[in-house]
Design a protein around this ligand. Structure first.
Ligand SMILES: Cc1cc2nc3c(=O)[nH]c(=O)nc-3n(C[C@H](O)[C@H](O)[C@H](O)COP(=O)(O)OP(=O)(O)OC[C@H]3O[C@@H](n4cnc5c(N)ncnc54)[C@H](O)[C@@H]3O)c2cc1C
Ligand code: SF4
Length: 338
């Protein structure tokens, strides 16, 4: 049992002020990840700053044709919102592939970005883990590593980022709005999460006392040719072994623009400029898709239990690109029935 204080934030400035005043405090939104981590003794905040009452729950169209999503919009509201469902179905599909409807009702947009890895050892405080306790070692490298990274890992950590939503946000080139003691700033989605290198304790480039206020989507939504393909051990209620978000813009049979992001393979949603560039201007064929997959996976490295992910990712990329090109996205099994 750990003792902690609990306080509600009155507004964004108050949230930032309270966080800056206590280096061991944590924001809490839906609590679906943070409370679990506290129960397992992984997180030991001195103070929970409850931001769930802040006015960050709107989804609105922006002047440049995009959409701005408040950080406290619940995952289910986001997936079922008409603007998202119609203009960014890849994002709706990715969200609905995650967790369960009960969890999606509680989970917030901001919290989803900042959820922590599902590495078994990170949750087991009796084992060494550099992410939980810097310098203690990595139990996964020579341990059970079936769910771990095949790209961008380091000697210090081979964990993956577990979010589905973030894979689609990466493919869509989202931007993240944050506010801290120094004011507001915007972070490109590809710069939000980081690779582990020698400091796996830091999942993101967010400063500790910054709050996420909104996510912004640019106008391009790839609503005609997209897919989110999630491959996992069970059909529902399981994290991705490998997931693939694809958005294509086609001119006839030629690929004009291509987005390809992978989940379950690295410490951050994985995008690769070379494989996307290789698709642009090409006919949408199996040969082009296989070449893009090979390029994306050129530096992939497996560990004792997860080498299968390399071939799984290769085949998944080809399948996801094929589905997107044919305009036959992976079905949204959790689609709301009205
Ligand atoms: C059983 C189970 C299965 C799941 N399956 C999946 C899955 O398949 N796919 C998937 O993507 N996810 C899955 N999840 C994870 C779930 O999506 C996350 O727990 C959820 O999105 C976190 O949101 P939250 O609002 O509850 O965050 P919280 O638990 O409240 O917070 C998480 C972290 O974010 C920080 N935080 C929250 N909001 C902000 C903000 N606005 N600014 C700054 N910091 C903030 C908190 O301080 C904390 O560190 C699963 C979770 C569970 C428990
Ligand atoms: S992979 Fe990362 S999170 Fe898992 S035990 Fe190693 S250091 Fe910890």
């Amino acid at each position: 049992m750990i003792n902690f204080q609990y306080a509600r934030a009155n507004d964004i400035a108050d949230a930032v002020h309270q966080m800056a005043a206590d280096p061991a405090a944590k924001f809490i939104a839906g609590g679906t990840n943070l409370i679990d981590l506290m129960k397992e003794d992984v997180e030991r905040p001195s103070r929970l700053i409850d931001i769930s009452g802040l006015p960050l729950k709107t989804i609105e169209a922006t002047a440049d044709g995009g959409v701005r999503i408040g950080a406290l919009v619940p995952n289910s509201d986001l997936a079922y919102h008409p603007l998202i469902d119609q203009r960014y179905p890849m994002l709706a599909s990715a969200i609905l592939a995650g967790a369960s409807s009960q969890l999606r009702n509680m989970a917030s947009t901001g919290g989803n970005l900042l959820q922590r890895t599902r590495c078994y050892y990170f949750y087991d405080v009796t084992t060494p883990c550099n992410k939980r306790k810097p310098g203690s070692g990595c139990s996964a490298i020579n341990g059970l590593n079936r769910i771990h990274a095949i790209l961008g890992a380091s000697q210090a950590c081979i964990a993956t980022h577990p979010s589905d939503m973030c894979v689609a946000l990466a493919a869509l080139d989202a931007r993240v709005h944050v506010t801290g003691p120094a004011g507001a700033r915007t972070i490109a989605f590809s710069d939000l999460h980081r690779l582990p290198e020698n400091t796996p304790q830091s999942d993101t480039n967010l400063h500790r006392d910054e709050i996420v206020t909104a996510i912004e989507l640019p106008a391009r939504g790839f609503a005609s040719n997209y897919t989110y393909l999630k491959i996992r051990d069970r059909l529902s209620y399981a994290f991705a072994l490998v997931s693939i978000a694809v958005g294509l813009e086609l001119e006839g049979a030629t690929i004009k623009e291509a987005r390809l992001a992978l989940g379950g393979v690295a410490h951050k949603p994985w995008r690769d400029a070379a494989s996307e560039a290789a698709l642009r201007g090409q006919a949408a064929t199996q040969a082009a898709f296989t070449h893009a997959a090979d390029l994306l996976l050129r530096d992939a490295r497996g560990y004792r239990h997860n080498s299968f992910k390399i071939e799984l990712a290769r085949r998944g990329i080809v399948r996801a690109l094929t589905q997107a090109a044919q305009g036959t996205p992976q079905s949204q099994s959790n689609k709301k029935i009205v």
